[in-house]
Design a protein around this ligand. Structure first.
Ligand code: SAH
Ligand code: SF4
Ligand code: F3S
Length: 469
């Protein structure tokens, strides 16, 4: 009899990809995916630890399963992902009805852990070594990348896919848990990446987004020489069927001229660069241990502008980091105004156990100040995004159509006109009236209206001129 699995995923694109892989693997072990916990024999929570709020949400979702487990002791509950690696047995303590805790570097073990539980071995934990548990190479080996055969039905759309090229992170920004939860930085081999990209192309995938925490720091060393991201893009560019290549997230210091000219010279590479600045103040950046000054960030930004003048650049900011004064904060406002990012993700600083900032710096910006700075920065960014989008009114943009928009009325599957959504080469979201058959196509859309986050347009049709016969 087939078993059923429900999975809830939070966190970054890496987690979305991990969940896709886990489900593909479980399907090969006879599982079928269901949409609600009530229908499921196996309930999986793929978790994130980046901010306290993300963890608290997961613990509260788990808390709600206490009764479920009491009523249905046969149901198995698994906590996967970064919180599993970070909290380990704390999860069993806070939620004793959880059956499995599996870190992101141990996802391959899941089917075996289920078997162990079925054979009466009790609850199971599979986590990787901590950064201080041994030599870098030994710790790295315990964080395994998990990229089994792909299952197109698990992707948000069949023609778009994430492809992992790097795991872990060695940057150790003082606020961040990722170097602990995902372990040492490791680049996957180009041969594996290319094989996976070819499989994706054969499955009809047109757009690949390469993933890494600092994706442009990618490096793979072998006896035949080193491969960097630029070299990898050149090889991926050769694959027929792939029309767009994107890569996230970039580290400012590794945004080299070589990478930028490669993106310029390869038409399939999207001129979209997500390069988080985190703060506009040198003092804050130093405390964050980001490894660059604002002058260096601006140097990088100007390099982008001169090599890729059409590029859309986006950023992340943390507000209310330890010791951030009003003056420091205003420097972040100024940076957004100078760079005019396409968009910025803005976060309020959240102390994370095990990080340098938690150990050595005081979380001294009051909650209300963090919230006010968050709103102010968001308002500045939204105004700039809207002004820059307005410049696109009247132009035509090429859009890879993803499917019906969030607001589309999908109640009638045969409806002739449905609001569809897609993205431009620069990652701008576009909505237009169309039909479901357009999903997966590249269409020219004439932009009529804009908001700060969306372009609203219509499909450009060839204009028929009446010759008045
Ligand atoms: N690897 C990526 C980002 C990973 S986390 C990079 O380095 O750019 C995504 C974003 O979460 C970060 O860019 C940062 O802005 C934010 N973030 C990370 N740790 C945080 C914390 N402790 N509190 C608030 N925001 C945080
Ligand atoms: Fe975290 Fe910094 Fe690594 Fe990004 S680069 S994952 S913010 S430690
Ligand atoms: Fe969260 Fe882990 Fe991603 S902490 S942001 S799921 S790498």
């Amino acid at each position: 009899m087939t078993k059923t699995v429900y999975i809830k995923t939070v966190g970054c694109q890496m987690n979305v990809l991990d969940s896709e892989m886990v489900i593909a693997d479980l399907k090969r072990h006879g599982y079928r995916v269901v949409e609600t916990p009530a229908e499921a024999d196996l309930l999986l929570y793929n978790t994130c630890s980046i901010r306290e709020q993300a963890e608290e949400k997961t613990y509260s979702a788990l808390g709600k399963l206490r009764d479920t487990k009491a009523r249905h002791p046969d149901k198995k509950i698994g906590v996967l992902g970064c919180m599993a690696q970070k909290d380990q047995e704390v999860i069993f303590r806070r939620a004793p009805f959880v059956d499995m805790v599996v870190g992101p570097g141990q996802l391959h073990a899941l089917p075996q852990l289920i078997t162990n539980i079925d054979s009466g071995e009790g609850r199971q934990m599979a986590v990787s070594l901590s950064r201080t548990d041994g030599k870098q190479a030994v710790v790295a080996r315990s964080h395994e990348t998990f990229d089994p055969l792909r299952d197109p039905s698990q992707r948000p759309t069949p023609f778009q896919a994430y492809l992992r090229i790097q795991i872990g992170c060695d940057k150790f920004c003082t606020y961040c848990v990722v170097p602990n939860t995902r372990g040492p930085e490791q680049g996957r081999s180009p041969a594996e990446i290319l094989a996976e990209a070819r499989t994706l192309a054969d499955q009809g995938c047109r757009e690949i987004t390469l993933l890494g925490q600092t994706v442009n720091s990618y490096r793979h060393r072998s006896d035949d020489g080193d491969t960097d991201l630029a070299a990898l893009l050149e090889q991926l560019h050769e694959i027929d069927g792939i029309q767009r290549l994107k890569f996230v997230t970039n580290y400012p210091k590794d945004m080299t001229e070589r990478l930028l000219t490669t993106v310029r010279d390869l038409p399939k590479c999207s001129p979209y660069l997500h390069v988080p600045a985190q703060s506009g103040s040198d003092e804050v950046l130093k405390r964050m241990k980001r490894g660059y000054t604002i002058a260096q960030y601006m140097e990088m930004f100007e390099r982008i502008e001169s090599i890729l003048p059409e590029a859309a650049v986006s950023s992340d900011f943390i507000v209310g980091f330890c010791g951030e004064t009003d003056e420091d904060f205003q420097k972040s406002v100024k940076l957004i105004e100078r760079c005019r990012f396409k968009n910025s993700f803005i976060f309020q600083y959240s102390v994370r156990g095990g990080t340098k900032a938690a150990e050595r710096l005081e979380d001294d910006v009051p909650r209300e100040v963090k919230a006010a700075r968050n709103n102010e920065l968001l308002a500045v960014q939204d105004r700039i995004s809207k002004e820059d989008n307005e410049k696109l009114i009247g132009s035509t943009v090429e859009v890879l159509v993803e499917g019906p928009s969030k607001k589309a009325d999908t109640s009638d599957p045969d409806a002739a006109v449905v609001q569809m959504t897609g993205r431009t080469h620069c990652d701008r979201i576009v909505v237009f009236d169309g039909n479901r058959r357009q999903a997966g196509q590249m269409l020219d859309i004439h932009v009529d209206q804009v908001s700060s986050h969306t372009l609203i347009g219509r499909v450009r049709t060839v204009e028929l001129v009446s010759i008045g016969l």
